[in-house]
Design a protein around this ligand. Structure first.
Ligand code: GRF
Length: 193
């Protein structure tokens, strides 16, 4: 038996992870559907892709903080996600820290992808952190989201070697290739549980 989730996707950037997940839905690797794609950045790649696909989208309104949402705005986002029927929240390059309104609305139902082998290198620019630390390998992690940034239970990881001559850009690009394999695989695995 395989579950089908209704995905509520949040992203701030170019949306390559969401494109990979959407591609996996199209090929049948992932059986879930997309209930809503929400972004805090007008014109972001993730929002444009979702609009082009005719998916329901939601632009999160202006807000006075950079790294989180004002509680009322986060509560209205949680309301939109609940209204959409979303039952699994997928953070795909969403650049704000989640607080109580979302965490309480979707307890144990929020996934994130992070570009390092957590618990190593949480936080911003994890690929640069790996380079600066002289790590021999790095990778990406999909984990459940809790109140600790990049600190929730790890579900699965993909590793890559750090190569001589790697720059932040080349390393991040190779991590992203693995992210695009890992995220759909984890969602498909959760469907089968
Ligand atoms: C990815 O590297 C992901 O690990 C991090 O943000 C980036 C999002 O990239 N959380 P994209 O918007 O999915 O291309």
């Amino acid at each position: 038996m395989s579950k089908r989730f209704k995905l509520g996707v949040l992203g701030s950037g170019k949306g390559s992870n969401f494109r990979a997940i959407y591609g996996a839905i199209e090929t049948g690797q992932v059986r879930s559907s997309v209930a809503l794609v929400a972004s805090d950045r007008e014109g972001s790649g993730i929002l444009e892709f979702a609009e082009n696909k005719g998916l329901p989208t939601f632009l999160i309104g202006p807000n006075k903080y950079k790294t989180k949402l004002e509680p009322e705005i986060e509560a209205s986002l949680a309301g939109r996600l609940l209204e959409s029927g979303a039952d699994l929240i997928v953070l795909a390059g969403y650049m704000r820290v989640l607080k109580k309104p979302l965490l309480d609305a979707f307890p144990g139902k929020i996934l994130n992808i992070h570009p390092s082998l957590l618990p190593l290198f949480p936080g911003l620019n994890a690929w640069e952190q790996a380079l600066s630390a002289g790590a021999g390998e790095t990778g990406c992690t999909v984990h459940w989201v809790n109140e600790t940034v990049d600190g929730g239970e790890i579900i699965d990881q993909e590793k890559i070697p750090v190569l001589p001559g790697d720059t932040p850009e080349t390393l991040h690009a190779r991590i992203q290739e693995k992210e695009h394999i890992l995220y759909p695989r984890v969602i498909a695995m959760l469907e089968s549980q």
